[in-house]
Design a protein around this ligand. Structure first.
Ligand code: SAH
Length: 350
């Protein structure tokens, strides 16, 4: 049987110290390795110039690969968005996206290879879940894209393939490493995690008191409609979900974002906007929130259509009249399979 390789890039400083001292090395080697992995972000142990040769050899032999294999990158001619397809060591594929905004570069990463949540309008879940990504596989998407562009990554959103809170421990470790002061040191405030609404995990995450932004995929403010789009809504009905969001705000003081994909003729009527306004008015204790409207991205094999622009604008207006903070998400990279999971699916079918 093949020996399990040590996933050194997923380890925190305390674990690294234990690891190197176990190899008979001095503990300061752990700090050096952490610096190479997470500040300098090398992709090969050979580049770790201040380590002794024999330690480099041991690490090369016993540790898992440090970086993912980039298969393709598509560049949007419309807005410069870049979409990456990465191959994991076991042959699974994931996608990441670089979005260029006036205020900086945002990287959208995947948290799982596939997904088991089954949301009806989402391309990433159609073939089910292969597995959750390791913290290092999540980090490397950010590191590689940052290095390739040579520009600072100013924010990271975990909104690619997968349900991050269904890969909870890896996501927490990823957060710890990405925001570590001896690594890339992204501010926690510039990290957003999106969930389809796993209530126990939202509560668990709240207790870590990270300063990250929680985005909740709502898509309907009426339980009966929401469960038609998001199967886990059956397990975690709206009142419980809203209580968990409230708890997240109380624990972290962070404004919660609600994502709402507008689907023509399904959840885009005035009554739907009223229902959403009513739901958010029910939030207590000065809880701050924000609504992000996303005209649904058509997915092959599904009949969902985007509402007309005027309908989207009317929906937004209605919310604003109710004092709700709302933005329409600008679509990026439509010409390059911009929506989650679509590039990977095309490859899987090719
Ligand atoms: N599993 C997490 C994060 C990944 S999906 C979640 O559900 O939030 C990121 C966002 O894209 C979610 O709000 C999801 O509902 C939305 N999304 C997925 N497919 C979409 C599509 N075809 N059109 C518009 N939004 C979509």
């Amino acid at each position: 049987m093949k020996e399990e390789k040590y996933d050194i890039k997923s380890r925190n400083p305390a674990e690294l110290t234990e690891f190197v001292t176990g190899l008979g090395e001095k503990s300061f080697r752990a700090k050096q390795i952490f610096d190479w992995l997470h500040a300098k972000q090398v992709s090969d142990f050979e580049e770790m110039k201040n380590l002794p040769k024999n330690l480099i050899q041991t690490l090369s032999r016993t540790c898992a690969p440090l970086s993912l294999k980039q298969e393709t990158v598509q560049i949007s001619e419309q807005d410069g968005t870049r979409k990456y397809l990465f191959m994991l060591p076991d042959g699974n594929r994931i996608e990441s996206v670089l979005m260029r905004y006036r205020h900086g570069n945002a990287v959208c990463i995947s948290s799982q290879a596939g997904c088991r949540m089954g949301c009806r309008f989402c391309a990433s879940t159609q073939e089910g879940l292969a597995r959750g990504l390791t913290p290092s596989e999540m980090l490397d998407q950010v590191y590689q894209i940052g290095k390739e562009t040579g520009e600072r990554v100013s924010s990271v959103v975990v909104m690619g393939i997968g349900e991050p809170l269904d890969n909870f421990d890896s996501f927490v470790r990823f957060t710890e490493l990405l925001t570590h002061e001896d690594g890339l040191h992204l501010s926690q405030r510039n990290l957003t995690v999106s969930t389809c609404g796993l209530v126990p995990e939202i509560r668990k995450l709240a207790e870590y008191r990270f300063s990250l932004t929680l985005a909740v995929s709502l898509h309907a403010a009426v339980q009966e409609k929401r469960r038609q789009l998001i199967p886990v809504a059956d397990r975690y009905p709206l009142p419980e979900l809203m209580e968990a969001c409230q708890y997240y705000f109380e624990q972290t003081g962070r404004r919660v974002t609600f994502e709402y994909s507008l689907i023509a003729g399904f959840n885009d009527a005035e009554a739907d906007a009223d229902a959403l306004a009513g739901l958010l008015r029910g939030l207590r204790g000065g809880m701050r929130c924000h609504v992000n409207l996303i005209p649904v991205n058509p997915v092959r094999g599904r009949a969902f259509r985007q509402p007309h622009r005027a309908v989207v604008a009317a929906f937004k207006n209605k919310l604003e009249k109710n004092g709700i903070n709302v933005t329409i998400r600008r679509e990026m990279g439509r010409d390059i399979d911009g929506a989650c999971g679509q590039l990977r699916r095309r490859y899987a079918q090719a």
